[in-house]
Write a protein that binds this ligand. Sequence first.
Ligand SMILES: [Zn+2]
Ligand SMILES: [Zn+2]
Length: 306
Amino acid sequence: MSLASVEIVTTALLITTALVIILLERIFPYRKGLPIFREGFFVDFVWYTLIQSFFLKILIFSYIIYPIDQHYHLSSLHIVTNWPIAAQVLFFLITHDFYIYWFHRWQHNSKLLWRTHEAHHSNKEVDWLSGSRSHIAEIIINQTIEFAPIILLGANPIIVPIKALIDAMWGMFIHSNINVSLGKFKKVINGPEMHQWHHADYNQVFFANFSTKFSLWDWLFGTAYLPDFKPEKFGLYYEYPNDYFLQHVYSVKRMDENKLRGNIKWHWYFYWRQDLMKWVKKNSAFKRKYKKYKAQILVYLTDKYY
Ligand SMILES: [Zn+2]
Ligand SMILES: [Zn+2]
């Protein structure tokens, strides 16, 4: 199968999975009454999922990983090239998941690294899309560490879209608002029942449930937390900006978004979208009027000249 056809198939599978998860969230909700267009939906979808991931993919592959390979020619050693595809996928899946467990745990234990991770915890309502909210620095670090070995060890190029699809599907699943228990498998496979707790605003989970794909790491290293009741509060215990850019500014410099919103100098920044919409509406109203008058003018001209 060529790389292009694998990319088409993985994209189709990604969209299908998202739709199925959204449907399951409606039928079997973990928390009842959560709307599809919850608070922060558009920031997560437009800024994090579409725009940020598009630009970071270019940065990570074209400006970090490929230049490293061009310099050191590691992929020409073909270290994993001859492994079966399934073995390659499994190898990168497990090794990266082990790394991400420890890095995630470090992010919760370091004040500096927490600044790269708090965005991910800032949604007050957790659903299939919430996982997409990740600070730029967090994505650059984690995806470089994830995809560099795939390229540098000479893996089959189709491993990149396959791995990206597995990440996206698993990410949507563990954040989803689906009331599902994995039974015995919960000791190995991560799911919403553990990761929803990780996003809960409870002291006892700030240092628990760090796993992404395999909950095994949490059970193995003593950080699993799964009581027999559900959390009621989610997100951060402190105020956090709603705006995408201010979320990134906030990681470097703490400020009050509401104060900025009330500041006349910042009016243009917060209201340019509303102003643009008003302008569009005004102009479309003008066009409608113009159409009406155009017909009258035509009648007038017709009467006059014929
Ligand atoms: Zn976390
Ligand atoms: Zn999460």
